[in-house]
Design a protein around this ligand. Structure first.
Ligand SMILES: Cc1cc2nc3c(=O)[nH]c(=O)nc-3n(C[C@H](O)[C@H](O)[C@H](O)COP(=O)(O)OP(=O)(O)OC[C@H]3O[C@@H](n4cnc5c(N)ncnc54)[C@H](O)[C@@H]3O)c2cc1C
Length: 397
């Protein structure tokens, strides 16, 4: 459901100018930020805030993941029309056997373009396609001009394009995982993952059905391990074609969520969870938190400095949870495979699954979405009151 076509040639007019907020990146994190700004205002100058959202591609044009997320998050944001398939179980395979976990909440696979379109319907920002090249202070350099705003968000993914001079990440030396998947036609009943070192020494592989398509891939916690051959072999073992590739680097370390006057949300702040590489839910969660802070500033209820400070502290308050996940990410590849299998089997009891996945979802709980954004309309058409302020958020641990 990509609704506008990426502008080319003469359509790429100069966008130079001043705005109240510039949101760079229009995937999960950027769209969540913009959603929280819908209906904001008036600004100190009296008018509605001028919010500009930019992405190099049309909204929903380039899928950035396998698109599996807790169903409760999709419901909380009014995005269930994008759901392709819902799973009550997670099936974990090892060379020694398989275990079926009945989860305390379901996961759903969704259609990326539809989800982005639905989320985009919940903001009133102006969207333009532009390539972001860097910045000086809070002036953003793009291939369509220089854009200035007191509030600038980098929701551009792992590259953290708007980082300061020393802030860029260069794989394979940065704390990044790598993931690659193929999207053949086909179907299946289960959300499946493999801990099998013949595919990847440190990491896991997956097959996520999405109604009439499978998303089959391999993720390596070690950025030096090339996952292409393993992805092809897994597809082959599952008897599906290795077609329609999609891959990227995946951050596995939290980074400062505010730096040098810029807000960072989603992968640009390392908000993707280590071990599972689940980054959609967290991009939405931290995007919402960031958007709420920006809204308070444009409405004159807070200052830019306070917003930077509060948002950075909010993100950092999750450090313990992210570091625990990182510890597990380091531990799992070190366990001898028969021991890992025993652990996976032991964790499969209902009490332990409920306990561990309960803690896991609490890192970024769907209640934070508050059932709507901040402008008093229900999800899908806007939102309801600034209900879940940052202080109200459960702290992770
Ligand atoms: C193979 C793979 C499978 C995955 N599967 C899952 C999964 O099933 N579930 C899950 O929760 N997570 C998954 N992840 C992780 C997830 O994709 C990310 O954590 C998530 O996409 C982060 O969202 P984001 O909005 O921060 O960044 P992104 O989704 O990466 O979006 C960044 C946006 O910025 C734009 N952009 C980038 N650079 C520029 C520029 N210079 N100028 C203009 N625009 C730019 C991009 O076009 C894009 O729209 C997967 C990752 C990979 C690699």
């Amino acid at each position: 459901m990509a609704r506008r076509r990426t502008k080319r040639g003469a359509q790429r007019t100069d966008l130079s100018g001043g705005f109240d907020v510039v949101v760079c990146g229009a995937s999960f994190a950027g769209l969540a930020v913009a959603r929280e700004l819908a209906g904001a205002g008036p600004t100190g100058a009296g008018g509605a805030p001028r919010v500009l959202m930019l992405d190099r591609y049309e909204i929903g044009e380039r899928q950035t993941s396998a698109c599996a997320a807790p169903t409760s998050w999709l419901e909380a944001l009014g995005l269930t029309a994008s759901v392709r398939q819902t799973f009550p179980d997670l099936v974990v395979h090892t060379p020694y056997g398989s275990s079926r976990y009945r989860l305390p909440f379901t996961f759903s696979t969704f259609d990326y373009a539809t989800l982005c379109g639905l989320l985009d319907d919940q903001n009133d920002a102006v969207f333009e396609t532009a390539k972001i090249e860097g910045r000086d202070g809070t002036t953003v350099h793009t291939d369509r001009g220089e854009l200035s705003a007191p509030l600038v968000v980098d929701a551009l993914g792992w590259r953290r394009v708007l980082a300061g001079p020393d802030g860029g990440y260069q794989p394979p030396d940065a704390p990044l995982s790598r993931g690659l998947e193929v999207h053949p036609g086909g179907n299946g009943d289960d959300l499946e993952i493999w801990f099998d070192r013949s595919y990847v020494p440190a990491g896991y592989s997956w097959s996520f059905p999405a109604h009439d398509e499978l998303r089959v891939g391999v993720g390596s916690f070690d950025p030096r391990f090339h996952v292409k051959d393993s992805t092809v072999r897994l597809a082959d073992d599952l008897d599906v074609d290795a077609v329609r590739y999609q891959g990227n680097w995946i951050p596995h370390r939290l980074r400062p969520a505010a730096e040098d006057g810029i807000f960072f949300a989603g992968d640009s702040a390392g908000h993707c969870l280590p071990l599972t590489a689940e980054g959609i839910r967290t991009a939405l969660y931290f995007g919402i938190a960031c958007g709420r802070e920006l809204r308070a500033v444009v409405e004159g209820r807070s200052t830019r400095e306070a917003a930077l400070r509060r948002y950075a502290a909010f993100s950092a308050s999750h450090r313990r949870a992210f570091e625990s996940m990182l510890l597990l990410q380091r531990l799992v590849p070190r366990l001898p495979p028969p021991v890992l299998w025993q652990v996976i089997r032991a964790v499969g009891t209902k009490r332990l699954v409920d306990w561990s996945f309960g803690h896991y979802i609490a890192i970024a709980p769907p209640s934070f979405a508050g059932g709507g954004n901040s402008n008093g309309r229900p999800p899908g058409a806007g939102g309801q009151g600034m209900r879940a302020g940052l202080e109200a958020t459960p702290q992770s641990g």
